[in-house]
Design a protein around this ligand. Structure first.
Ligand SMILES: C[S@@+](CC[C@H](N)C(=O)[O-])C[C@H]1O[C@@H](n2cnc3c(N)ncnc32)[C@H](O)[C@@H]1O
Length: 195
């Protein structure tokens, strides 16, 4: 992708179909969260990610923060394989059930463990990485830079959680070109040739 592609990406998001194919997975996540009292808050509108996936068609996707698999299912609509990472064993179990239930078990692999523990074991490179853990940290950006292919895309959410400094880091980093797609989601292209 090039920086000009960010404009096309924004246009694809703005004109996307609004049918939430995976609404049942989202509802199962909400219902689970109320019982479990956890942080399994689903991404607000998976159709945004579906529009990005349809535009980019990533062959390999890395997702941090599975919960019950709502966003992993949306990324799989791009036609590639999704590696998604989750440290809560109950979420991992339920995600495998939900993902299997919509027929995507062969296209999504749920890796159980903390991001820091699992990332070194993943092969990469990825055409697209998606952060939907709690709050992204600047340190995480360096790790994702090593895993996302040059010209690949990093999609980040929860920008207003934590210290909130990730938004500023993304805006000023020489290694990424960023567009804020909505109030809390950024799309960043990894600058070609940078390691
Ligand atoms: C906001 S939810 C993900 C929502 C999911 N993407 C969706 O839209 O349904 C964040 C998930 O990340 C997991 N998580 C948070 N920090 C983590 C970490 N350091 N390592 C692995 N998983 C983590 C939580 O257990 C939770 O299930």
């Amino acid at each position: 992708m090039t920086v000009a592609d960010l404009d096309a990406l924004q246009a694809a998001v703005d004109s996307r179909p609004l049918l939430d194919t995976f609404a049942p997975v989202r509802r199962a996540t909400e219902s689970h969260r109320r019982r479990h009292g956890c942080w399994a808050y689903s991404y607000a509108d998976g159709t945004v990610l579906g529009a990005v996936a349809a535009r980019v068609r990533p062959a390999a996707v890395l997702e941090l923060g599975t919960a019950l698999g709502y966003t992993a299912c949306w990324w799989a609509t791009g036609g590639g394989h999704v590696d998604t990472v989750e440290n809560d064993p109950e979420h991992v179990r339920l995600a495998r059930v939900q993902i299997g239930g919509v027929g995507l078990a062969g296209r999504v692999t749920v890796h159980e463990g903390d991001f820091d523990a699992v990332l070194p074991s993943l092969p990469g490179p990825y055409d697209l990485a998606f952060f939907d853990g709690y709050a992204p940290s600047p340190a995480l950006l360096a790790r994702l830079q090593a895993l996302v292919t040059p010209g690949g895309l990093l999609v980040t959410t929860n920008l207003d959680l934590g210290t909130g400094d990730f938004r500023g880091v993304l805006s000023t980093s020489p290694d990424w070109r960023t567009r804020f797609l909505d109030g809390d989601t950024a799309a960043s292209i990894r600058v070609q040739g940078e390691a």
